[in-house]
Design a protein around this ligand. Structure first.
Ligand code: HEC
Length: 347
């Protein structure tokens, strides 16, 4: 038994459940998210790190421990990586993106069971990556894979929360004006995104470190490299597609570019008085389509901002997309598609 993590788990649980945190959580989705993520990720992790089984064994004695281990063996499947992950995802979505959330705000016992559920699902979530007797520990490669699959889950939920254009839970909207409730909801989404990603990322690094400390460095480095490559590939394939534009938009756009932009950005977009807009040393490819659209319509051509019509700006956008290797599509580029596209400009 280690007392430091145990005391930490206890203190953090009390802090997040008692006022003022609880009062804040009742009024704000964002604070509620902090409370939930603490109960889900932090408290169970610290509890498991405190080696509760060692305490159990020293209190219960050898014979009882052996009997307990035998009796609970059928439950071990719940701690297997797929079951633990699916449970965690189901609990996070079910409690943050369903009518259950609103009922939990209004009915005390549902709220209390929800918190118990977080502790339980959070404990399950961590079991596959830790070495918790009497469970058989997973190989490190499995632990890493598990964490990588878990990594984007919080972000997906955050995206769904962030995309909602109205407050999802009337409880908060009743306390503050609707616009404030919406902002609060988006803060909650951001917290979900950043905190869950950060916690799991740190766990990923710790797991790699533990593995490297134990195994042959070269093998670990090879696996880590493979994993990183795979995750970049996943990230690339998860990118939203660039919006479609018509070929004649790009042709008109090219002419407009020569007339209004080339003197500063160069006829081949390689840069002159202004920065390069394509070709590899440009910054544009790191920006989203939405960003570039808003930028050029608001600031370009420099010295004559807003000097083109909206149709002309669209044509120039189409030409820029073409210059970044995006092929023309069936439908023309619309202001709305340009404004909303979160695709990265460059390939
Ligand atoms: C008079 C010179 C001038 C003209 C004309 C001009 N730009 Fe620019 N442009 C600049 C400068 C200078 C910057 C850098 C501004 C800054 O960093 O604040 C810039 C920045 C940009 C950027 C952002 C690039 C980056 O790396 O940050 C884009 C995109 C862009 N211009 C597009 C256009 C388009 C499209 C046109 C024509 C419609 C145009 N510009 C016309 C001077 C010009």
């Amino acid at each position: 038994m280690r007392w430091m993590p145990f005391a930490g788990a206890f203190a953090i649980a009390v802090l997040s459940l008692a006022p003022p945190a609880d009062t804040l959580a009742d009024r704000s989705f964002a604070w509620h998210m902090v409370q939930h993520l603490t109960l889900f990720f932090v408290v169970p992790l610290l509890l498991l790190l405190s080696r509760p089984f060692a305490l159990f064994r020293s209190v219960a004695g050898k014979a009882t421990t052996a009997r307990f281990v035998r009796a609970t063996r059928p439950l071990h499947f719940a701690a297997s990586a797929p079951v633990a992950l699916v449970t965690a995802i189901a609990v996070l979505w079910g409690t943050h993106y369903s009518p259950l959330y609103e009922s939990a705000l209004d009915v005390a016992w549902i709220h209390a069971s929800e918190h118990a559920l977080y502790l339980l699902a959070g404990t399950l979530f961590w079991l596959p990556v830790l070495d918790v007797p009497p469970l058989r520990p997973n190989p490190y490669a499995v632990r890493l894979f598990y964490l990588i699959v878990a990594l984007p889950q919080g972000a997906l939920l955050a995206l769904a929360l962030n995309a909602a254009r109205v407050p999802l839970y009337p409880h908060y909207a009743a306390v503050v004006p609707m616009a404030a409730a919406l902002r609060d909801q988006q803060d909650a989404a951001a917290i979900m995104w950043i905190a869950s990603g950060l916690v799991i990322f740190v766990a990923l690094l710790a797991t790699m470190g533990a593995w490297a400390a134990r195994e042959n460095r070269a093998a670990v480095a090879g696996t880590v490299l493979a994993v990183l490559t795979a995750s970049f590939a996943l990230r690339a394939s998860a990118d939203p597609p660039a919006p479609s534009y018509a070929d004649d938009q790009a042709r008109k756009g090219q002419t407009l570019f020569y007339r209004h932009c080339a003197e500063c950005h160069g006829a081949t977009l390689g840069g002159h008085f202004g920065p390069a807009l394509a070709g590899g040393s440009d910054n544009v490819r790191w920006a989203t389509v939405s960003y570039v659209w808003q930028y050029i319509t608001a600031h370009m051509p420099a010295g004559n901002a807003g000097g083109l019509t909206q149709t002309e700006y669209l044509d120039v956008m189409a030409f820029l997309l073409e210059s970044h290797g995006r092929p023309a599509g069936k439908t023309a580029l619309t202001p709305r598609a340009a404004l909303e596209s979160k695709a990265y400009f460059g390939p």
